[in-house]
Design a binder for this molecule. Structure first.
Ligand code: SAM
Length: 273
């Protein structure tokens, strides 16, 4: 349904097949997108559910009624966490936008030994907004989680992903693409086909992902040897993204493209009669 506009909503806004729109969402749908009573749009909760919704005018304002679940799955099917040291300036904005387009599930901004940027609290809100817009634009069902910046030490220690890679610009390390290709293909991801929650119903427990991957990218100055050693201690494999030295904002895109190349669901080629 490419012609329909998409709106990210919070699962808590949905009750008895009704979406209680916030004033900002009403403004966006009505004033910005020029939708009126009876017009349809796609509501996505950022957790894998998409619904076809119809706008209804009430005395209190606009609400939306859910008319159908849209069973599409455009997600990669592997849970990818990007752990990226903060680059200078606004470079992380583009990292968030493009990583979202490439299918990442979570983004952890890192402060490392050579990180120069000290991010403000507003930055995180901005990155969440960018991730939400990029998820809508790229027709994803999931809005990646963007968390507060966390120290490299804590991030590697708390990393729970099954497969962990730290991208190191120099040295003799395996190519990330070669590390990913032997990994088992993922099971279909849970999250489509579920009806919206009814009043009083609890969100079901998240199913564990079959395959989860963490990829760490350093800042402009690279990782220190100590950081690479620490990551190895916590189960990260140092990997290469190729023979050329990539910018800190380019490396995440290359790494995530390799993930897409390994795990993207492709239609089977048509048989030539
Ligand atoms: N100043 C560092 C140096 O000279 O070694 C280069 C840092 S690079 C600009 C920023 C980050 O991107 C690196 O820490 C690494 O995580 C990643 N990166 C860039 N090129 C890479 C490559 N060819 N292989 C693996 N990682 C790479």
């Amino acid at each position: 349904m490419p012609q329909l506009q998409r709106l990210a909503v919070n699962a808590a806004q949905i009750c008895d097949r009704t979406i209680n729109l916030t004033p900002e969402q009403q403004h966006y749908l009505h004033r910005v997108l020029r939708l009126n009573q009876g017009d349809k749009f796609i509501a996505m909760d950022g957790r894998g559910h998409w619904w076809l919704a119809v706008l209804e005018a009430q005395e209190t304002g606009l609400i939306a009624s859910i008319t159908a679940e849209i069973a599409v799955n455009k997600e990669l099917g592997v849970e990818v966490t990007l752990m990226a040291a903060l680059p200078k300036g606004n470079g992380f904005d583009e990292v968030v936008r493009q990583a979202t387009e490439l299918g990442v599930a979570s983004i952890l901004p890192l402060t490392s030994d050579r990180t120069l940027l000290k991010p403000s609290a507003q930055k995180v809100d901005r990155w969440i907004r960018i991730a939400t817009e990029a998820a809508e634009q790229s027709e994803r069902q999931i809005v990646p989680v963007v968390v507060e910046p966390v120290s490299f030490d804590l991030a590697v220690k708390d990393c729970h992903q099954k497969h962990r890679f730290i991208c190191v610009a120099r040295g003799e390390n395996r190519y990330l693409g070669d590390c990913l290709s032997p990994l088992e293909p993922p099971q279909p991801r849970a999250g489509t086909g579920a009806p919206p929650l009814q009043r009083g119903e609890q969100e079901p427990e998240e199913e564990p992902q079959e395959l989860s991957i963490a990829i760490a990218i350093g800042p402009e100055g690279g990782w220190t040897d100590g950081e690479v050693q620490k990551a190895i201690e916590f189960g990260f494999e140092p990997v290469s993204l190729g023979s050329r030295i990539l910018r800190a904002v380019t490396a995440p895109i290359v790494a995530l493209s390799l993930v897409g190349s390994a795990f993207e669901k492709r239609p089977s080629p048509k048989k030539i009669p």
